[in-house]
Design a protein around this ligand. Structure first.
Ligand SMILES: Cc1cc2nc3c(=O)[nH]c(=O)nc-3n(C[C@H](O)[C@H](O)[C@H](O)COP(=O)(O)OP(=O)(O)OC[C@H]3O[C@@H](n4cnc5c(N)ncnc54)[C@H](O)[C@@H]3O)c2cc1C
Length: 391
């Protein structure tokens, strides 16, 4: 059934980038609907537990989220600023960044997914976005003047359809865009721990000689969250450990930098994949977030790239001229041009690091560690390396 309404924008997928785009587009005066198989509602935050999925939100993303009325809704006690980063190579090389040195309040803010999702849902509803939650996508059609997304009980027509439905995007597939995520043969193992010593807002990362990358992110209080990007066999081994044994393994891998660790969550693993598309647009369609690109989580930039997509697409829509069609090829071309470079740059950096640290030969290990030491001594170079993460 078609309701007769043709929205300016229909967003397919209410993950974080989808919700942010919907809210920003509504702020720009466009009529917007958003649909998702899951309910679209603010979830009460459980004070006693922390969501396993946490994100390091960059200052650039935070200021965009502030501009659309979401960031200021976050409760301070659920936010942990990253004030410094301590990155170690596999031969004692060390690279340190501090927010103070770079003239920033924080390098990033660690926030749980469900907390961020709740404030984004509240901001979207307040901005007038129409939610269609609990509705899987069942059909997709394109006409010269519109895209039509079929849900089980209605069809949403739009001048512009935005695919924000994740790395295995149903919309991308239904639109005939061929793109297969390329598995890294690794999983991101995530878990939360209480630590014996205060973390003082320092995030830590170890590029290990076994080819895995272990990241410790500060959580509020004396807690931390880990992402251990590990080859499949090691990931399976870590996920099979009892919680106390995993805590000990993580503490040892991090040289007991924060003393003993105690597990405060289950552990989970996420398969990691690279996804590259030739272009994030097609006829009456724009892709944002993981539907448009997959990156390795070693730089913690997946969600920030998605917020960057949302911000740029909303800007392009807002400045297209008052009567222009939001789904016009010209408008979408401007979005594609502005996103190609930052996405490729982030994929090149993360891929390059994986390749450099994936090499086993000892000569190469000496070289890459020497490289890290050299970078650490050069403040302007460090600043340049940190810039993409701050955006
Ligand atoms: C281990 C790990 C750690 C990470 N850590 C970080 C980090 O520290 N910092 C960071 O920035 N990023 C991180 N990321 C990346 C981050 O999780 C993603 O970039 C981000 O969640 C992408 O959001 P998205 O909305 O594009 O996709 P998703 O979060 O997958 O959302 C897609 C939405 O679409 C809906 N949907 C999908 N298919 C359908 C359908 N057929 N019908 C109806 N609805 C549908 C889903 O219900 C969902 O709500 C990490 C990822 C992993 C795997």
């Amino acid at each position: 059934m078609t309701g007769g309404t043709v929205y300016d924008v229909v967003v397919a997928g209410a993950g974080l980038p989808g919700l942010a785009l919907a809210t920003a587009a509504a702020h720009a005066g466009l009529s917007v609907a958003i649909a998702d198989a899951a309910p679209i509602a603010a979830v009460p935050v459980d004070a006693a537990s922390f969501d396993l999925r946490v994100y390091a939100v960059s200052p650039g993303s935070a200021s965009f989220l502030h501009a659309i009325g979401a960031w200021q809704r976050l409760a301070g006690e659920r936010l942990a600023p990253i004030e410094a980063m301590d990155v170690r190579g596999d031969r004692d090389a060390r690279l340190e960044f501090s927010a103070y040195d770079l003239g920033e309040r924080a390098l990033a803010w660690v926030v749980e997914e469900r907390v961020l999702r709740s404030v984004l849902v509240a901001a979207a509803l307040e901005a007038g976005v129409e939610p269609f939650g609990g509705t899987p996508f069942v059909g997709l059609q394109f006409a010269p003047d519109r895209a039509s997304l079929a849900l089980p009980e209605r069809t949403l027509d739009a001048r512009l359809l935005v695919a924000a439905d994740g790395v295995r995007s149903w919309v991308r597939h239904a639109a005939g865009i061929v793109a297969e995520p390329k598995p890294y043969g690794q999983q991101g193992v995530v878990a939360h721990f209480e630590c014996e010593r205060a973390h003082h807002g320092v995030a830590r990362q170890w590029f290990r000689s076994d080819g895995s990358i272990l990241a410790w992110l500060p959580l509020p209080g004396r807690r931390l969250s880990i992402v251990w990007s590990a080859p499949d066999a090691l990931a399976a081994e870590l996920l099979a450990l009892e919680s106390a044994a995993l805590a000990e393994r993580v503490a040892v891998a991090g040289n007991h930098a924060l003393g003993a660790l105690r597990s405060i969550s289950a552990s989970a693993g996420f398969p990691l994949a690279l996804l590259r598309l030739a272009t994030p647009v097609a006829h009456r369609l724009a892709l944002v977030g993981d539907a448009a690109h997959g990156v390795h989580p070693l730089a913690g930039q997946g969600v920030n790239l998605g917020f960057g997509d949302a911000q740029v697409l909303a800007e392009v829509l807002a400045t297209r001229g008052p009567v222009a069609d939001p789904g016009a090829a010209l408008t979408l071309g401007r979005y594609a041009r502005r996103r190609t470079e930052p996405v490729l740059a982030m994929q090149a950096v993360t891929d390059g690091l994986i390749r450099v640290f994936g090499r086993r030969d000892p000569g190469f290990a000496v070289l890459r560690n020497a490289g890290m030491v050299a970078v650490d001594r050069l403040t302007p170079l460090k600043r340049m390396l940190a810039q993409p993460a701050l955006r």
